[in-house]
Design a protein. Structure first.
Length: 419
C-alpha cells in the first residue's frame, strides 16, 4: 500500500485552471465516494481551497493515471488541460507535504492559519464519506499534531503580514477593549472588507462604512452588522469614530486637518486612531500635527509587516525541523503497521502451542498425576515448543553464514552482545 498526493496550487496553476478543479462543500462527500470506487484506490481525501486542490490517497500502485482520468471525467475537462500543472508526492514526500501545507509553510501568505481549518474540513468530509481508513486517518491526525506543535513551539503565526491585519492589531494595542469602540471605514474594496472582517473577529463595538457608492457600502456593512453612509455624510459621522481606517482610490485627500479638528472638538478631544492605507493618501499629512490624533500611513505599517515577515521566515526554519521529526515519527508508526500481521501470526502460533500443552496437562491431572510433576512437565514442554523453531532457524542461518539473521535474533530476543 502506497501513500500518494496529487494536486495543483497557486504556484503551479492559474486561477482559470484551479477554479475548474475545485470541489465545493456540497459535492465533496459524493465526489469522495465516487473516487473511492476507482480501481486501485483504497482511502481518499480531497483538500479544496481557492489556492489549491489536493488529493490524498492510498493505492495499490504508484501510478497516478487512474486518479487523473477520474478527475478528467468528473470535471469534464481534458487531462491535457490540467495535467501539466499537477505535482506528485509518494510515501515520505506525502507526509512532509501535508504537514507543510497544514502549518502554512506552503501558503501564499507564509504561516497563515486558515489552511489548518480547511485541512480539518477535508478530514471531516472524508470521514463522513467513509473514505478514511486506518492509515490515511492516522496521517491526518498526525498532521494536526504537527501543526499544533509548530504553532506552539514557533512564532510562525504570531506576527501580522497583511496591511489590514496590521492596522487592526495596532488598534488593539491603543484600545484595551475594542468592544467599546466605533470604527469608521472609508472605502469598500478588498482591503476595507478584510479590515472589517478582522475588526469583527476582534469584537469591535460598531462599524460604519463610508463609500462614494452607497450600495457597495451597504452590502459590505450588512456582512458585519454595520451601518453604511455615503461619503458626503462623512463630516456628520466623523466625530463618532474612535478608529478611522481609509483605503480608497481617490486621487485627492478625503479628510483634511480642518475636518478632523472639528470632529475632535465634538469629541471633546477624546483621542482618535487613524490609519491611511491609501496611495495616494486619503488623509492629509498635516492631520498628524493634531495632539489627539494617532495617524499611521501604509509605510508605517509596511515596516512592521516586513519585520514580521522576517520573523515568520525564521520561525519557518524552526518549523521545518519540527516537521522532519514528525515525519520520522509517523513513518515509524507506519513501518510498525507492516509488522502487525507477523506479530499476530507469531502470537497465534504461541497460543496454539500453549493450548495444546495445557490440554495435555489437564488430562494428566484428571488421571491423577501429581500436580508438581504436571507443572514441571508443562513448563518443560511449553519452553521446548516456543524455542524449537527459532533455534532451528538460527542454527540453519549459522550453517549458511547468514550472520545478519543471527545478529537480528540477538536483537529481537535481547541477548547479551557476544565478545
Amino acid at each position: 500500500m502506497t501513500f500518494l498526493a496529487v494536486g495543483i496550487n497557486y504556484n503551479t496553476a492559474p486561477v482559470s485552471i484551479r477554479e475548474r478543479l475545485s470541489f465545493p462543500a456540497d459535492i465533496l462527500e459524493s465526489s469522495l465516494k465516487d473516487l473511492s470506487r476507482v480501481k486501485d484506490i483504497r482511502e481518499a481525501a480531497i483538500l479544496s481551497t481557492c489556492n489549491r486542490t489536493e488529493f490524498y490517497y492510498t493505492a495499490n500502485t504508484t501510478n497516478q493515471q487512474n486518479l487523473i482520468e477520474w478527475v478528467a471525467h468528473h470535471k469534464q475537462i481534458s487531462p491535457a488541460d490540467f495535467a501539466p500543472y499537477l505535482y506528485y508526492h509518494t510515501d515520505r514526500s506525502v507526509c512532509r507535504h501535508i504537514f507543510r501545507v497544514a502549518c502554512g509553510l506552503d501558503s501564499m501568505v507564509l504561516g497563515e492559519p486558515q489552511i489548518l481549518g480547511q485541512m480539518k474540513t477535508a478530514y471531516q468530509a472524508a470521514y463522513d464519506a467513509g473514505t478514511l481508513g486506518k492509515r490515511l486517518g492516522k496521517l491526518f491526525q498526525h498532521t494536526f499534531t504537527a501543526a499544533k506543535k509548530v504553532r506552539t513551539d514557533t512564532a510562525i503565526g504570531s506576527s501580522p503580514v497583511s496591511i489590514a491585519f496590521a492596522a487592526v492589531q495596532l488598534a488593539q494595542q491603543i484600545f484595551d477593549n475594542l468592544s467599546q469602540q466605533t470604527a469608521l471605514l472609508i472605502g469598500a474594496g478588498e482591503t476595507i472588507e478584510l479590515t472589517a472582517r478582522h475588526l469583527s473577529q476582534q469584537g469591535i463595538g460598531r462599524i460604519i462604512i463610508a463609500n462614494r457608492t452607497f450600495d457597495k457600502a451597504h452590502a459590505l456593512a450588512m456582512q458585519f452588522n454595520g451601518y453604511a453612509i455615503d461619503l458626503s455624510e462623512l463630516p456628520m459621522h466623523l466625530a463618532e469614530a474612535d478608529i478611522v481606517i481609509s483605503s480608497t482610490a481617490s486621487q485627492f485627500p478625503i479628510l483634511g486637518k480642518g475636518r478632523v479638528e472639528s470632529a475632535l472638538k465634538k469629541r471633546k478631544h477624546k483621542p482618535m486612531f487613524m490609519v491611511d492605507l491609501a496611495v495616494p493618501r486619503d488623509i492629509e499629512a498635516e492631520v498628524e500635527q493634531l495632539a489627539d490624533v494617532y495617524l499611521y500611513t501604509v509605510d508605517d505599517l509596511q515596516n512592521t509587516i516586513d519585520q514580521n515577515m522576517n520573523s515568520r521566515r525564521l520561525a519557518a526554519e524552526q518549523a521545518e525541523e519540527i516537521i522532519d521529526t514528525q515525519v520520522d515519527y509517523f513513518l515509524a508508526w507506519l513501518r510498525a503497521q507492516n509488522a502487525q500481521s507477523t506479530i499476530l501470526e507469531f502470537r497465534n502460533q504461541a497460543e496454539q502451542s500453549r493450548d495444546e500443552a495445557l490440554q495435555k496437562s489437564l488430562l494428566l491431572l484428571k488421571n491423577g498425576a501429581p500436580a508438581e510433576e504436571v507443572l514441571n512437565r508443562l513448563a518443560h514442554t511449553l519452553t521446548n515448543k516456543l524455542i524449537h523453531t527459532p533455534s532451528t532457524q538460527i542454527r540453519a542461518a549459522a550453517e549458511n553464514e547468514r550472520h545478519d539473521i543471527i545478529t537480528a535474533a540477538r536483537e529481537i530476543f535481547k541477548l547479551p552482545t557476544t565478545q
